[in-house]
Design a protein around this ligand. Structure first.
Ligand SMILES: Cc1cc2nc3c(=O)[nH]c(=O)nc-3n(C[C@H](O)[C@H](O)[C@H](O)COP(=O)(O)OP(=O)(O)OC[C@H]3O[C@@H](n4cnc5c(N)ncnc54)[C@H](O)[C@@H]3O)c2cc1C
Length: 469
């Protein structure tokens, strides 16, 4: 084993996508994972969040396709459900989003299926070794080999020598403790915790169970009762339903409590859904949802041959569905750096870029969560931006498709927030304040709701762009 090896710690989504990049450029890489490798698409202990819904934002789908071409088709072939976000019944803070006009593609699947397919592709790459039952307990510096390197120490498994170590061990990463042994300062760490909890349950129902409606999303609204949920079709003729709430409004694990929680939401759509489908298995809860960001990029004397990616670097409140997309974007940045030819000090420069990839999602997640906790936004600019986003959201809830698409582009991390400042949106907001807004977007055609008017009605709203062909 030479110090030319890369060792990746953790075979979650960030670790696998990192290994995909390193393996694809022909470098040897060993992925050390505390769980056993090789199981099928089933939940596993090291990823306790795996039983909850995992949405792959549109940017994430595109980036993973770029890293592993053909993966989207494999996901669909394995039962992942392609859907258009414009066909989701989406209840935001200010009302229903416009329904029924094309927006962004998603492929809805369980987290174990997505991870299984990615793992299978990564395992096929020459030079990649996935080593299970290998729980890392620390790092030692070694001076042998060209330029020195690391000895990665495991519980119950032999140590592994590496020239580059990538920590992808998730939210519970122990990297700060491991580095403290070498006198390396702890990174400044920011935590924003709105105290969200999930309760998830699988249901049997075909993917067209809701007719034209592809799925249901009800966002928790700050103040009052911050509670919401989702129902999304996944592989195997199933739907994954999750109840989500913060603080005293976190959903319980028992069936009666879960049903009562859904029945108390702002709209009966999710309760109606669960009544019309057959529950499968138990309810699982998950409550580790705080945002946490470790500023390794600001640690003085950052050692060579070391990176941190994914949740180990920056983890988000999962309500916004960003974690996998950020991990994928970071893998793409690693590929750019390695293929450009790494010059001395590249690790530190790359760590800065990896952090920058987390800037926007961090601003979205913490900006919203600070509204839930009642704390002040991080800066005056954030406060102003938050107020303007609310204004754009209000336009969208009143049928303005341009506003809706601008919000979607930011939400799916495919566009910059500057898109929210389009002059047509400024004009529509002023006009709305002076003359009043058009009628709110109607409730989508859910089984118990009012009928959805023709698409032509949505196109009559002033300021709406023409529909895509
Ligand atoms: C409830 C919930 C819902 C979520 N929903 C979404 C969503 O809708 N969309 C989305 O994009 N993201 C979502 N996420 C976030 C997503 O799970 C992560 O951001 C994403 O998986 C990237 O994580 P990761 O690979 O860094 O860590 P993880 O996926 O947590 O993987 C870490 C891996 O490291 C292994 N490991 C840990 N310690 C060691 C060690 N010492 N030695 C060896 N191996 C180790 C673990 O076993 C695990 O395999 C959700 C998270 C939660 C909690």
């Amino acid at each position: 084993m030479s110090s030319e090896h890369t060792v990746v710690i953790g075979a979650g989504m960030a670790g696998l996508l990192t290994a995909a990049v390193i393996g694809a450029i022909g470098r040897p890489v060993i992925v050390l994972e505390q769980d056993q490798h090789g199981g099928g698409p089933v939940p596993r202990g090291g990823v306790p969040q795996g039983r909850q819904p995992h949405v792959l934002l549109h940017r994430g789908l595109r980036v993973i396709e770029e890293l592993l071409p053909g993966l989207r088709a494999q996901l669909v072939a394995a039962g992942g459900v392609p859907l258009d976000t414009g066909d989701l019944a989406w209840l935001g803070e200010r009302g229903w989003a416009p329904f029924g006009t094309p927006a962004f593609e998603l492929v809805s699947a369980t987290r174990p299926l997505v991870e299984h397919l990615v793992r299978r592709r990564v395992a096929e790459l020459p030079g990649v070794e996935l080593r299970g039952n290998a729980r890392v307990r620390g790092l030692s510096r070694t001076t042998t080999g060209p330029g020195g390197g690391w000895l990665v120490e495991c519980f119950d498994a032999p140590p592994v020598r590496a020239g580059l170590v990538v920590d992808a061990s998730g939210r519970s990463s122990r990297l700060p403790d491991w580095l403290a042994r070498w006198g390396i300062e702890e990174p400044a760490t920011t935590v924003v915790d709105a105290g969200f909890g999930y309760a998830g349950q699988m249901y049997a129902a075909p993917s067209d169970h809701l007719g034209r409606v592809a799925g249901i999303v009800m966002l928790p609204v700050p103040g009052g009762a911050p509670a919401g949920g989702v129902a999304l079709p996944v592989e195997g003729g199933r739907w994954l339903v999750a109840a989500v709430g913060a603080g005293d409004h976190r959903p319980p694990r028992d069936q009666a409590g879960f049903d009562a929680f859904l029945a108390r939401l702002r709209d009966p759509a999710l309760a109606d859904f669960t009544r019309s489908a057959r529950a499968l298995g138990d309810i699982t809860v998950h409550r580790r949802t705080h945002n946490v960001r470790r500023r390794y990029d600001r640690v003085p004397h950052w050692p060579g041959g070391l990176l941190a990616v994914g949740d180990a670097l920056c983890a988000f409140n999962p309500v916004y569905g960003q974690g996998i997309t950020v991990a994928a974007t970071q893998a793409l940045l690693l590929r750019q750096t390695l293929t450009a030819g790494a010059r001395p000090g590249w690790e530190r420069r790359l760590m800065r870029r990896l952090h920058r990839a987390a800037d926007l999602p961090w601003a979205i997640a913490t900006g919203e969560d600070l509204r839930h906790t009642g704390d002040n936004p991080a800066s005056g600019v954030d406060a102003l931006f938050g107020r303007w986003s609310g204004e754009v959201d209000r336009l969208a809830a009143h049928g303005n498709l341009r506003a809706q698409r601008a919000m979607d582009r930011v939400y799916h991390l495919v566009g910059s927030p500057a898109g929210l400042l389009h002059p047509a949106l400024l004009t529509a907001a002023v006009r709305g304040r002076l003359l009043g807004l058009p009628a709110p977007s109607p409730r989508p055609p859910l089984a118990t709701g009012s009928a959805w008017p023709d698409r032509a009605d949505a196109e009559k709203v002033p300021g709406n762009p023409p529909p895509p062909p």
